[in-house]
Design a protein around this ligand. Structure first.
Ligand SMILES: [Zn+2]
Length: 496
């Protein structure tokens, strides 16, 4: 067979000849050393430079890999998204009296803290799941040297990292049935159990669903399990009532209901139309029924509200599946700061407040939604807030620990993370500063607020972090209302 052109062997020989000729010319030109000596020193010089370059390139790649998550550990559990997870932290904790190994995903773009604290609670260690594992978002806008210097959170750079990098805390969810149910879950009879009424959530063929045969019609209509039935107790403190509100996390009697009496529910719409029929509610032309409030649909009424609900349900299902797959989610360490277009979770930020239409529930909901590295981001759901309370435990249920720092001026909000005794499992601002919008709906027009805020009293009383608030007019909890004492909180789940 005839071949046209130049063969590889011929090309190599040609190049070698050219190189030798070049060497000879140079040799003649400088008039010193032989050809082979010159070639040897050139090769040595080349190799030394190549080694230097390789070190520089691999250093840069290591930094880029930590940012982009292109190089996750090879031991990630089956089913994990290797592109979304940069690293994993393994820890054995005692869960319900049993030693259990938790493997916590560190989303790409983040690093887990190595900070071991200095002893007291405010500066406690951040490297343990049981007391609040903290992750820090690497700042892509920094120069490569700045990023390189802060890829590990240690005692030396901790203070700098607190105010410069966004932080989130891992909320473990060891039992998905504690957090998610389907719309058929029903109250148990007064005495005894009726197993047909209780959900059982499992992943089947990649779909998260309720496997209770009696719930077949709603098996993928998943919703938040909301612990609004709480035990009350109260103490009298200097003439004020201090409440304890302990959610009954062992109960499985929650109901998803569109009927309007105390019907905390999610995901759901509020249109100011009262009905137990969803299609009728969707025809409402207030709040979620207004296209311009959220940008979904093509006109007011059914188009707007049903598109908004569809999007919300999709987000909820993704979140639920991720929490099931990874055994938890992340919560922002602080009330949200910065601006709606660039929301932060850092210490010492001016907290975003629900002071105008530009910062109302819809704007916060939209601003919190998106992608952060290997994680997806949302406004906190009610069931996520409940799981955070469950994780913190009894210190979140009782009293009002930050009240001693109170001011009588309700507008006197402080910067994020500055009330040094308002920290629980490394999460700041739960019991102080502002209330926090959630996605949870109530009645025909309310989105539910969680967390206490830093005034002396609320209707003359002190409440703990577990408190839920929804009612108007005093609290202005309709999503288009403005009230300067409301902020919000962000959650992240590993993108699936
Ligand atoms: Zn069910």
């Amino acid at each position: 067979m005839n071949k046209k052109g130049i063969t590889l062997v011929a090309l190599v020989i040609t190049v070698i000849v050219l190189l030798i000729l070049a060497g000879v010319v140079i040799s003649i030109g400088v008039g010193s050393n032989g050809l082979f000596e010159k070639t040897n020193s050139a090769v040595e010089g080349w190799n030394a430079k190549a080694t230097e370059e390789n070190v520089t390139i691999s250093n840069a790649l290591a930094i880029l890999n930590q940012i982009s998550g292109d190089n996750p550990p090879s031991t990630l559990p089956v089913g994990w998204n290797e592109e979304a997870v940069a690293d994993a932290v393994t820890e054995t904790s005692t869960i319900a009296g049993v030693n259990k190994e938790r493997i916590v995903p560190i989303p790409s773009g983040f690093v887990a803290s190595n900070y071991q604290g200095t002893g007291d609670e405010h500066t406690g260690r951040e490297d343990q799941v049981a007391s609040g594992l903290v992750i820090y978002q690497l700042d892509k806008t920094s120069t490569i040297e700045d990023v390189a210097s802060i890829t590990e959170i240690t005692t030396e750079n901790h203070t700098l990292a607190l105010t410069n990098l966004n932080q989130y805390v891992w909320i473990p969810v060891d039992d998905i049935n504690s957090m998610i149910m389907c719309q058929s879950n029903a109250k148990l009879p007064e005495n005894g159990e009726d197993i047909a009424k209780v959900c059982n959530i499992e992943l089947e063929n990649g779909v998260l669903k309720c496997t209770n045969p009696a719930h077949e019609s709603t098996s993928t209509a998943l919703c938040g399990r909301l612990y609004y039935e709480t035990e009350f107790s109260s103490n009298n403190i200097s003439g004020k009532t201090e409440y304890t509100k302990a959610p009954k996390f062992e109960l499985r009697d929650q109901v998803y209901s569109l009927n309007i009496t105390n019907n905390y529910r999610e995901p759901s719409v509020v249109t100011n139309k009262s009905s137990s029929d969803l299609n009728t509610i969707l025809t409402g032309t207030s709040y979620d029924g207004v296209q311009t409030n959220h940008g979904f649909g093509t006109s007011n009424g059914t188009s707007a509200s049903s598109k908004f609900l569809e999007d919300m349900e999709t987000e909820f299902l993704k979140m639920a599946k991720s929490v099931y797959t990874y055994g938890g989610f992340y919560i922002s360490r602080y009330e949200i700061g910065g601006s709606i277009s660039n929301i932060t979770s850092k210490m010492n930020q001016i907290v975003i407040r629900n002071t105008s239409a530009a910062n109302n529930w819809y704007r916060m909901y939209a601003g919190l939604k998106g992608t952060v590295g290997g994680a997806s981001s949302q406004m906190i759901w009610g069931c996520e807030y409940d799981q955070a309370m469950k994780f913190i435990g009894s210190s979140a249920y009782t009293g009002h620990r930050a009240w001693s720092l109170a001011t009588t001026n309700t507008d006197n909000a402080t910067k994020s993370g500055t009330h040094t005794d308002d920290i629980m499992n490394n999460i700041y601002d739960l019991e102080g500063n502002l209330r926090e919008w959630t996605v949870e709906a109530n009645g025909v027009e309310y989105r539910v607020c969680r967390g206490r805020y830093l005034v002396n009293t609320y209707y003359g009383n002190y409440y703990p972090a577990t408190e839920r608030r929804y009612e108007a007019p005093t609290n202005y909890n309709s999503p288009t209302d403005t009230a300067g004492d409301i902020s919000s909180r962000r959650t992240l789940y590993v993108t699936i």
